[in-house]
Every structure is written in structure tokens, then in C-alpha cells.
Ligand binder design. Sequence first.
Ligand SMILES: *Cc1c(COP(=O)(O)O)cnc(C)c1O
Length: 368
Amino acid sequence: MRLIRSLIERLEPYVPGEQPKDPGLVKLNTNENPYPPSPRVIDAVKDAVDARLRLYPNPTAAVLRDKLARYHGCRPENIIVGNGSDELLALAVRCFVEPVPERCLPEDRRGEYTVQFPSPCYSLYSILARIHGALVNEVPLDEDFGLPGVEKLLAGGRWNTNAALTFITTPNAPSGRAYSKADLENICAAQAGVVWLDEAYVDFGAETGLDLALSYPNVIVSRTFSKAFSLCFQRIGYCIGPEKLIGALQKIRDSYSVNGLGQVAAEATLEDLEYYYGCFERINETRESVSEQLTAMGFDVLPSKANFILVRPPCPPAGEWLGLLRRKKILVRWFDKPRVRDYLRVSIGSCEEMEQFMNAVREIISET
Ligand SMILES: *Cc1c(COP(=O)(O)O)cnc(C)c1O
């Protein structure tokens, strides 16, 4: 007898960026924040490490949801907290999308089984859809990674306004390209199914679709404490949306998926936002200055509103740059996939790290 479902046997899993053992590497490969959490956050976590570790954490992250509700001007019922926003993305697929039936798929109801997204985008969406046994409808972004308008999407003949779930990474990853709220709203208004705006990087300067999540019955925005708030390690993400959709997600979430120290850290983060605004400013300034320097050196740099940039290096090809940079102790990300194969994704590190990166780039150019 087969022990593992054939769908799982065939599955290509998500490949996370490398977490190297060598501490000497400059790590610009996973979009982590180069600046530590605020000292008050670190103190709050330390203070919470005592005999209370034996207790289960608050199952609904009630205190954190109250604080988030105040921060975003909504009700706690509009918010669900997850073990990173990745958990919530997985819940969304299970909550809103029918797995394809074993026998015949009714053509006129294709949408109910469909997870849709403009791509390139966060590569986890398609993997989550495949795990669930859903249909995947991947529709290309414009040549410059812009979001096609609704008319163009429909004219292309592949976009499905009845897709059960549509993910949009905004600002886009891996390009960093930002989309306007108006363009996002047009898509939300056209969709009959759920539209999920993944705003993992929105704090670095892009427009938010939060208003849409609080006014449309079918729109959800997801956020994370990982990238902007330097808490990858703690795994705290959340989403905001209509009470009905959020309630449905709560029903299927594991009761204790969100660990207690993570909740403490996120609560303390919201008490010290000024610290983080300072970090965003520094990262955005570094991003603009590095982009300018790379452009002057012959790189094609896509405009970014995130804490990373997607750049097409001059000769040799991007795949070779990956190894050349690594030999100089710089770790960046290269995706061996259509449309992005010629590019490197470079996370924005501290000023010092980016200086090391720029020095390595200069050396490689002079050596080749
Ligand atoms: C990093 C990332 C996430 C996941 O964030 P976690 O909250 O750490 O799970 C989600 N979406 C995008 C686009 C990301 O880059």
C-alpha cells in the first residue's frame, strides 16, 4: 500500500533562503531587517521568560488583537493573528477554496477550485494551492512587473473573476514594485471571490489596501511582524478583513498556533513604533542610494518600495554573480525561474553591509 499521497510525492516544496552557519557572511538573501528589534521589545521578551512558560498562551492573541485594532482603527473581530503570515496564507486556501473533485470538474464552476495570482509573486501561494489539490491560475504581471488593469486582465482571457481566492503581493515580491490603492481597488471590485492583499513589505513606503479590507466584503490584507519589525524569529503575522471572513479563518486555526513570547514581542513592538519608523527611514535611504550606485555601474535596477531590490547585473549572467558574490562573503538570492532568471534579489542591509556589498560588486566588475 502507498503510504504517502501521490499529490505529496509529486510536490515540489517551498525552498526557503539559506540560513548559513558561517556568521561571517553578509546576509542579503531573505529580506530580514538588518536592525534589531527595539531594546524595549527585547526586554519585554526576557521579562516573560519565567515559570509561565508552562502555561498555554492566549489562544486568540486577545491583547495583541486589541492593540492592533487600535493601531489600524478597526475592531478586534476584524483581526486574526497567525504563526507568521505564512500560516494565514495556508488557512486561506483551506478556508476559501474547494479541492478539485476526484471525478469530474464542472467547467462552469472552475472558479470555486481556483487559487489565482499575478506572477512573479511570492512562490508559496502556488505550493499551498497544490498541497490543497486546488487549481492554480497564474497570470503574468506586465513586462515591468506592473499590475495589469482589469480590462487588460480580462482581455488576456486567462484571468478568472470567479476565482475563489486571488493573492496579490503588494508591494510585489520579488520585484519590490508598488501598486496604487486605486489599481488594487479595481481588481477587488471586479472579483466575486476573496482577494488577499499580501502586504508583507508595505511599511517600506507603498500604499496600503487596508481601507479596502475594511469596506469590501471579499478583501483581506495580511501583514507580518517579520520584515519591517525585525521579528522573523518570533513568527507573528496577522490579517485584517470583514468579520465574517476572519471568523471563518479563526474556526480552522489551531488553538495555540501563536506562541506566547511572540505575542509579548509583538505587543511591545506596538508600544515603540517611533523606533521602527526610524529604521524604515534608514532602510529606504539606503535602498535609494544603493539603487543609484548600481545603476551608475550598469545594473538595471527595478524601482522598489520594499526592503529589497531586484537588479539585473551586467555580464556575467546573474546565476554566476551569485557564486562570485558568495566567494566574497556576500549572500544574495537568485531564482532560477522564467522572467527573474537574469536578476538578483538583494535585501537592503545596514549601511556597513551595503558598503561591503558595493565593494564586492566593484571588485567583481574589475575582475571580469
Ligand atoms: C516573508 C513573506 C511572508 C511571510 O512572512 P511571515 O510572517 O514571516 O510568515 C509572506 N508574504 C511575503 C510576500 C513575504 O515575503
